[in-house]
Design a protein around this ligand. Structure first.
Ligand code: CDP
Length: 785
């Protein structure tokens, strides 16, 4: 018998080093490109140079003659197998390979399958396609004009380019609030299109065994289980014969949620040829054809009383979705969770009108470093509040404080229908102000202006909504958004935890082991965490939109508690005591008042296989499919100080303070890493990341020379603070932090920068805030040199 320590330190809140890094830093990660199967073929994709064109013919004969080419697949070949089109995760359809027309630049037109990847790429140049260019639609506004070319004329009954119209809130109450308002502030803005640009592009190795019919598909998937179901539905393959394996993934950021044509063609080719087929996407393919982010046009107004009290909000949003509605949005919420746009404020009436339109661009609108479309909402409300503070001539910090939802009002039902479970916004604001030295800075700003220097201090608060979600409201193509954990403790007290989610770099192998360690006292190094293999993990909806911790993290805690319940029974048997007389020490059970009569979890685990009482099943394991009762609502406030060069318009970030609240932090080091990632993304969008299109629909931003991502050199240093308001319904009080955001909010960072520039004299400019635009804005108000 081993004495159990009476004082247990606990595993939550410890910056345990990331277990997974051991293999990454010695180059032993296992990414798609590392997978090499015997007899494997290679696939390359021919993409359309036109944004909109009729396909008159495709001649593959010259390509077929190139030695090493096995087959060239076209849309017509796929159509024979009813595979030319596939469903999207938002219930629309998307071409696998184009048949009648191409509808975006970069669209997949044909695939070469060859013995060697270089031969496959060379053969692309030998495919002759006769295109007949059609008029191109590059903005959602143009798409909705009368007489605009109907992009999705393949869809029966589709007579225009509208995808959806969706509203939230109370139109009438909002009208009344505006009618009674003393002041109305309006903002028209655009959150431009950008791209998640993960370090690893997409890819797969499809291996359909001709003898057994089993399809093993290694792919870059953030949602392997959901993808398996889609494959079963698209290809008609029996689901038990499809195994999706997501090995290590080099970043996802929402970009690896949609199903892409490359996966489908490689699988179909493997099925037809009886050999494994590998497809590795190149950078241009990734940037021009896969899930982009943002591209919301927003026009809204805030109604206020004379004293600055907010009384109403109305927003019209128009989304540029590209040629297919293909991002995964919960089916009840056509514009994602954009209706969180009331943010941190107690606004009694709100009404949101959203429309989505087809354009001749790549589909997307993915949950990039945020929950579904929440970044766009955070961006909008905070810019509106900044504008209100400016127009009312009041301190932006005080206007926020005055209108924050007060702590006693939680749980709080927002005017657009969310029930915020918890929140306490002022401490985060106060901490940000205090850390940045707000009062002193405002004085310094005045002095600097007198000296001719342009210094700006910007603020932004945010409340986001993550952890999708309660299954009564949230589903993806009908599959409810629960998630799962299966925990098995082996005889020697070591454990294996299998999850329905899938890390793309977030450190799940460490943090989820910490949750088990906290609940069962088994140290994290003794717990193996497995994800991403659909044959060997329980069904789940995957990792995106900051849902892993709120949903699968909760499932893990609940499964561990079930294991502990059985461990109590086993301990009672071993200690010959009543279950009620036992207490949990953090590392095992002891008889109350007799700490020497104790059993560690390891001893109990051994007994589960060697000495369990009669009538009890052997083994020590549990499964939980967790359906969260509500979403979680992380929040925070950021402050940014910038100085602008009057001669060039260049702006320099002097200081960034980010105070985030994600409830209980499981691993503070990992959370801080996530926050810094989110802030860097915000910096990138503010300063340089932009994907635009010329009038012919050519994508400007198809490579890293044109599409600029910030590196460590230009990214400013961040000072991080925290407040802790646990989620009341989460088993361990954690809220999500996103795969580098939600806290670590890019929107809040962007807003704080824009606000800081505005206070330095640069008003009304849109992202990216390039120095030439800043200089022109300064010039207009006579501040440029
Ligand atoms: O869904 P995704 O993994 O992108 O996001 P998440 O669940 O919000 O968590 C990202 C990473 O931060 C995971 O490794 C989490 O376990 C960790 N985390 C944490 O340590 N404490 C929290 N309160 C929330 C997340």
């Amino acid at each position: 018998m081993t004495a159990v320590e009476t004082e247990h330190k606990g595993w939550l809140g410890r910056s345990v080093k990331r277990k997974e890094d051991a293999r990454f830093i010695v180059g032993r990660g296992n990414y798609i490109e590392d997978i090499k199967l015997p007899n494997m073929l290679h696939m390359a994709i021919l993409r359309s140079p036109f944004a909109h064109a009729k396909i008159n013919s495709i001649d593959t004969s010259r390509a077929m003659e190139l030695p090493g080419v096995v087959v060239v697949v076209t849309g017509d070949v796929l159509a024979e197998h009813k595979l030319a089109w596939m469903p999207t995760l938002s219930g629309d359809t998307q071409a696998v390979l184009a048949t009648d027309k191409v509808r975006m630049q970069g669209q997949e037109v044909a695939c070469v399958i060859a013995e060697d990847p270089y031969v496959a790429h060379d053969a692309l140049e030998l495919i002759d396609v006769d295109y007949e260019p059609l008029p191109v639609v590059t903005t959602p506004q143009a798409a909705l004009e009368d007489g605009a070319p109907v992009i999705r004329d393949d869809k029966e009954g589709q007579t225009d380019n509208r995808i959806y119209h969706w509203e939230a809130g109370d139109a009438e109450a909002t009208e009344q609030a505006f009618a009674a308002a003393d002041k109305v502030v309006r903002l028209v803005t655009h959150y431009p299109r950008c791209h998640p640009a993960p370090l690893e592009c997409c890819g797969c190795v499809a291996d359909v065994n001709p003898a057994t019919g089993k399809a093993t598909i290694y792919m870059t998937s953030q949602a392997p289980h959901a993808h398996r179901t889609v494959f079963a539905l698209v290809a008609g393959l029996p689901e038990q014969n499809i195994q999706i394996i997501s090995p290590d993934i080099g970043g996802g950021f929402g970009n690896k949620v949609p199903v892409y044509p490359g996966y489908v063609v490689a699988t179909a080719a493997s099925l037809l040829l009886g050999r494994p087929v590998k497809w590795i996407e190149d950078r241009t393919g990734n940037l021009i054809s896969t899930g982009f982010a943002r591209d919301f046009y927003m026009d809204g107004e805030l109604a206020l009383k004379e004293d600055g009290t907010m009384t109403g909000l109305r927003v019209k949003m128009l989304s540029d979705q590209g040629y297919a509605y293909a991002d995964a949005q919960p089916s009840k919420f056509r514009a994602g969770l954009f209706h969180i746009v009331t943010g941190s404020y107690d606004i009694p009436a709100a009404h949101v009108v959203t429309d989505g339109a087809y354009t001749n661009k790549a589909p997307g609108g993915v949950a990039y470093r945020c929950s579904f479309r929440v970044t766009e909402a955070s961006f909008f409300i905070e810019r509106l509040v900044q504008t209100a503070a400016y127009e009312l001539g009041v301190d932006p910090a005080e206007l926020r404080r005055q209108n924050f939802i007060p702590p006693e009002k939680f749980p709080y039902t927002s005017a657009t229908g969310f029930e915020y479970d918890s929140g306490n916004y002022e401490p985060a604001l106060d901490q940000a102000l205090q850390r940045v030295g707000y009062k002193v800075l405002r004085e310094e700003q005045k002095r600097a202006r007198e000296e001719g220097r342009l210094l700006g201090i910007g603020l932004a608060s945010f409340t986001e909504v993550v952890g999708a979600g309660p299954s009564r409201h949230y589903d993806i193509i009908g599959i409810k958004m629960f998630d799962s954990a299966e925990l098995r403790v082996h005889p020697t007290g070591k454990a294996i935890l299998k999850l329905g989610v899938k890390s793309q770099g977030q450190g799940h192998e460490t943090t989820f082991a910490q949750i088990v360690a906290e609940e069962l006292g088994i140290p994290p190094e003794d717990i193996a965490v497995q994800e991403g293999d659909t044959d060997n993990t329980p069904y789940g909806l995957g990792t995106y939109a900051s849902r892993s911790t709120p949903v699968a993290g909760a499932a893990t805690a609940v499964a561990a508690r079930k294991v502990r319940d059985k461990a109590r029974k086993l301990a009672a048997h071993l200690l010959e005591a009543s279950e009620d007389d036992l207490e949990w020490s953090g590392e095992g059970f002891a008889v109350k008042g007799a700490p020497d009569r104790a059993k560690t979890i390891q001893e109990i685990a051994f007994a589960a296989y060697t000495d369990h009482p009669e009538g009890m099943e052997a083994g020590l394991e549990a499964t939980n499919y967790y359906d969260p009762p509500n979403m979680t609502f992380p929040f925070g406030t950021y402050a940014v100080v910038v100085e602008v060069d009057r001669g060039t318009g260049a702006w320099d970030v002097k200081k960034v303070v980010a105070v985030d609240d994600c409830g209980t932090r499981i691993n503070p080091m990992i959370v801080e890493g996530q926050i810094m990632g989110g802030l860097t993304e915000g910096y990138g969008t503010a300063a340089m990341e932009l994907i635009t299109f010329d009038e012919d629909g050519n994508c400007i931003g198809s490579n890293f020379t044109d599409y600029l991502l910030p590196g460590s050199w230009e990214t400013p240093a961040f000072e991080l603070g925290e407040t802790v308001t646990p989620s009341p319904h989460h088993p361990i009080g954690a809220k999500g932090v996103g795969e580098s955001a939600t806290v670590g909010s890019p929107a809040a960072y962007v807003n704080a920068v824009i606000d800081a520039l505005a206070h330095a004299g640069v008003r009304n400019i849109d992202m990216p805030l390039t120095s030439d635009k800043v200089w022109s804005a300064l010039n207009e108000v006579g501040l440029a040199e």
